[in-house]
Design a protein around this ligand. Structure first.
Ligand code: SAH
Ligand code: SF4
Ligand code: F3S
Length: 439
């Protein structure tokens, strides 16, 4: 086999889709004889799976490339490849950052990894494979083996073109995976012992939106819910404009669907939302939250939000803070806007001073920390269903799991309950997790 005895190290940046791509690439290389390496120094092949969504992760990719250039001086036989969204965006331009780079492979071409490695091995330099193929949904099989939680891709790409966002450019147009393949993969995972399935896509609510012959997203959820042995279903991400009433009702009647919805709102001001090309208003968003809570009052709602978008005034920003106070998110991922070349917003002046962006981000995070802590503390005394994932990384001698609302709980327990669903009494709500005791 081409990779017999060779070791591969993959460093991943970015979102769950990138993590999933890394898993797929590792599985593909394993099937060609490669083994995983624990650090770049001991690897024969090093892959950096990059993210281009903001300036910071892109810069991280360049700084790691600098370090790998040094590493290649000590070990010229090591093969270094850049994959992921920066690979797609910059393509051949990446050789300006690292002249000793061996190859560049975009997210639409990861299935070609073995042949690219072969080309590099046989003397081809500077292989660059990017772009997206028309035709069937490209998805690689994952290795068999039990994982308590597993991600399953149901969609790739995005058609929304939010004005700030590079994702449609680096992940291509929206493609939905045939439901029969999704269901077959989930059945196989559940048979191997997986309890929780996370359905992945940039906008899963738009699943097969333009294909009348395919299941709708809520129909797909219902089919998954009926798979014998499945304990939990989650999905991410949802776009407010595509979250239908039928999907909202699914939270009420599908027993396996967890009470958690990640619903990015990005900004609280309609003027900013309009310039972001979000195609929903603040009022639309609040109406969705109200409807979700009518169906499941204790539903956990999390979101993404941005500060410092071009032209965001103090009054616009106050509307973001106000929306946060009204909704009281269970958790919030907050970012400073950074222009991404090629997007519509990058043509406008990035006119919010870095200090103002930082101040807005900090005030927003202070507010969210208060809300999160208050909500976590409120859970003390309640009994929650917890899926046990493993040993706690932060609390010695304890095990950890997640509630259906996606909160981390640490508690005392033994290996006998790993991978099981147990009842836990919450004893204390902390900033980032809960403490509990097994019932
Ligand atoms: N498809 C997902 C988002 C993927 S990107 C969705 O629509 O919800 C994850 C988050 O990064 C976005 O929700 C947004 O908050 C943030 N983001 C995207 N582009 C950005 C940019 N140019 N600057 C700062 N944050 C950005
Ligand atoms: Fe980006 Fe908008 Fe698509 Fe999300 S929905 S990936 S923010 S363009
Ligand atoms: Fe980043 Fe690409 Fe995901 S840009 S957020 S890794 S889709």
């Amino acid at each position: 086999m081409a990779g017999a005895g060779k070791r591969v190290y993959i460093k991943t940046f970015g979102c769950q889709m990138n993590e999933h791509d890394s898993e797929q690439m590792l599985a593909l290389l394993t099937s060609h004889g490669y083994h995983g390496a624990t650090c770049p120094e001991e690897a024969d092949v090093i892959l950096v799976n990059t993210c281009a969504v903001r300036e910071k992760p892109e810069q991280k990719a360049y700084s790691i490339m600098g370090r790998l250039h040094q590493l290649k001086r000590d070990n010229p036989r090591a093969i270094v490849g850049i994959t992921g969204c920066v690979a797609e965006q910059r393509g051949e331009g990446l050789w300006d950052h690292m002249s000793s780079l061996d190859f560049v492979l975009g997210p639409g071409k990861i299935h070609r990894l073995p042949e690219v490695l072969h080309a590099v091995d046989t003397g081809g330099d500077g292989v660059c494979a990017t772009g997206f193929e028309d035709g069937p949904f490209v998805h690689l099989p994952l290795p068999r083996g039990c994982r308590v939680r597993a991600s399953v891709t149901i969609m790739q790409g995005c058609n929304n073109f939010c004005s700030y966002c590079i994702v449609p450019a680096v992940r291509g147009r929206e493609r939905s995976r045939p439901s029969k393949d999704v269901l077959a993969e989930i059945k196989s995972l559940v048979e191997q012992g997986t309890k929780e399935i996370l359905l992945l896509g940039q906008n899963v609510n738009a699943y097969a939106k333009h294909d009348p012959a395919e299941l709708t997203f809520p129909q797909l959820l219902a089919k998954i819910n009926a798979i014998p042995g499945i304990e939990r279903i989650r999905f991410t991400t949802s776009h407010p404009k595509d979250l239908t009433e039928e999907t909202i009702r699914s939270f009420g009647h599908l027993k396996r669907l967890c009470e958690h919805c990640h619903l990015p709102f990005q900004a609280g001001s309609n003027a900013v939302l309009e310039r972001m090309n979000r195609r929903h208003t603040r009022e639309d968003y609040l109406a969705l939250v109200q409807r979700l809570r009518e169906v499941v009052p204790h539903l956990s709602i999390t979101a993404d939000v941005m500060v410092g978008f071009p032209g965001e005034s103090e009054a616009d920003f106050s509307q973001t803070m106000e929306l946060m106070q009204v909704v009281e998110f269970d958790a919030l991922f907050s970012f400073k806007y950074s222009p991404r070349a090629g997007t519509r917003a990058a043509q406008w002046p990035d006119d919010i001073a870095p200090a103002a962006k930082q101040r807005r981000l900090e005030s927003l995070q202070v507010l969210q920390r208060e809300i999160t802590l208050k909500k976590n503390r409120r859970l003390a005394g309640e009994i929650k269903e917890v899926l046990v994932e493993g040993y706690s990384r932060h609390v010695p001698d304890q095990i950890m799991g997640r509630t259906r609302c996606n909160r981390i709980v640490n508690f005392a327990g033994g290996p006998d309950i790993m991978g099981k669903v147990v009842q836990v009494r919450i004893t204390e709500g902390l900033q980032n997790s809960l403490r509990g005791e097994l019932c």
